[in-house]
Ligand binder design. Structure first.
Ligand SMILES: CC(C)(COP(=O)(O)OP(=O)(O)OC[C@H]1O[C@@H](n2cnc3c(N)ncnc32)[C@H](O)[C@@H]1OP(=O)(O)O)[C@@H](O)C(=O)NCCC(=O)NCCS
Length: 273
C-alpha cells in the first residue's frame, strides 16, 4: 500500500477531506489507488482539484495532462477560484441532505465538478481566450450534462444539486448562496438579443425542472417551485409556482437556498390545477 503523504497545511477544509478519505482507504481498499491518486497524493485542494477535473474532462484531442496545465494556470493566477471552490464545497455539504462528508462532493458530485470546471472556463473567457473557454464549455456539457456559458456571471457558495440538464445562458447572473436543482434553465425568451438572461439574486432556491426565461430578476431569497415557467420578475422573499409562474406566497423561510426547505413547494404543487 502507498504511504500517505504528510501534509502541513493551514487549510482545515483540505485536512478534513484528507482525513475522511484516509478512513475510506481502510474501509474500501478496492478504491485505495484511486483515493491516493486523487486526494492523498496532493498537498493542496487546488492540486487535487486540477488532477480530478482534468481526468474527467480528458478527451482524445486534449488529454488530461494538457487540460490540467490550463486548470493549474487559472488556479495559480486567480486565488478567487480556489476560494469559490471551498465555498461551493461547503454549500453542498451544508445543504445537500445526501451529503455526509466534505470529500463526497469533491470526489463524486458532478454538479460540483461542473461548477469548478466552469470557473476555469470563465477565467479563460475573461483572459480573452475564447476558443479554449468554449472548448471547456463543450467538454463540461458532454461530460457532466451541465451547460453554462463561460461569459455568465456566477457568485460563490452555489449548489447545483444533481445537476443533469442545467443550462445557464451567456448574460445570466447568479449571485452568492443560490441553490439550483436539476433540469433548470436560466435562458432567453428567443425574442431579444444582447442582455437577455435572468438575474438571480442572493439566496434564491430554484426547484427542479423550472425554466426562468428573459432578462428578469429573481429577487433575493425568493423561491421558484419545481416545474415553473417564470416569465416575469419575482419579488424578493416570495414563492412563485406554475406555468406561467405567479406569486403563491411568501418564501417558506428567510433563506430558502440555505435551508433547502421544499415543504411549501410540494404543498403548492399539489394545490395547483
Ligand atoms: C417565452 C415565450 C413563450 C414568450 O412568447 P410570446 O408569444 O411573446 O408570449 P408572451 O411573453 O407575450 O406571453 C403571452 C401569454 O402566454 C403566456 N405564456 C408565455 N409562455 C408560456 C409558457 N411557456 N407556458 C404557458 N404560458 C406561457 C404568458 O404568461 C402570457 O399570458 P398572459 O397573456 O395571460 O399574460 C417564448 O418566448 C418562448 O417560449 N421562447 C422559448 C424560450 C426558450 O426555450 N429558451 C431557452 C433558451 S436556452
Amino acid at each position: 500500500m502507498e504511504a500517505i503523504k504528510t501534509v502541513t497545511s493551514a487549510d482545515p477544509m483540505w485536512e478534513e477531506i484528507r482525513a475522511g478519505v484516509a478512513q475510506q482507504v481502510e474501509r474500501e481498499p478496492i478504491l485505495a489507488s484511486f483515493l491516493h491518486a486523487t486526494i492523498l497524493n496532493h498537498a493542496t485542494l487546488e492540486s487535487a482539484l486540477s488532477f480530478h477535473l482534468a481526468n474527467k474532462l480528458d478527451s482524445p484531442v486534449a488529454g488530461a495532462l494538457l487540460i490540467r496545465e490550463v486548470i493549474d494556470e487559472a488556479l495559480d493566477a486567480d486565488a478567487s477560484i480556489g476560494r469559490a471552490a471551498r465555498a461551493d464545497l461547503n454549500a453542498v455539504f451544508q445543504r445537500d441532505s445526501a451529503c455526509s462528508a466534505l470529500y463526497e462532493p469533491f470526489l463524486y458530485f458532478k454538479g460540483y465538478h461542473a461548477l469548478q470546471a466552469w470557473r476555469v472556463a470563465h477565467w479563460l473567457w475573461l483572459q480573452n481566450r475564447r476558443s479554449l473557454a468554449l472548448f471547456l464549455q463543450h467538454r463540461i456539457s458532454v461530460v457532466f450534462s451541465v451547460d453554462i456559458h463561460p461569459a455568465a456571471t456566477l457568485g460563490e457558495g452555489i449548489l447545483l444539486d444533481h445537476a443533469t440538464g442545467i443550462v445557464i445562458g451567456e448574460t445570466a447572473v447568479v449571485e452568492d448562496n443560490v441553490s439550483i436543482m436539476q433540469s433548470v434553465t436560466l435562458g432567453g425568451t428567443g425574442k431579444v438579443s444582447g442582455d437577455r438572461h435572468p438575474k438571480v439574486r442572493c439566496g434564491v432556491l430554484i426547484g427542479a425542472g423550472s425554466k426562468v426565461l428573459g432578462n428578469i430578476e429573481v429577487g433575493a431569497c425568493a423561491q421558484v417551485a419545481s416545474g415553473s415557467v417564470v416569465l416575469k420578475s419575482v419579488p424578493a422573499h416570495k414563492l412563485v409556482a406554475g406555468v406561467p409562474a405567479r406569486v403563491i406566497s411568501d418564501a417558506t423561510c428567510a433563506e430558502p437556498a440555505l435551508s433547502m426547505d421544499h415543504c411549501a413547494l410540494s404543498k403548492v404543487n399539489r394545490e395547483l390545477p
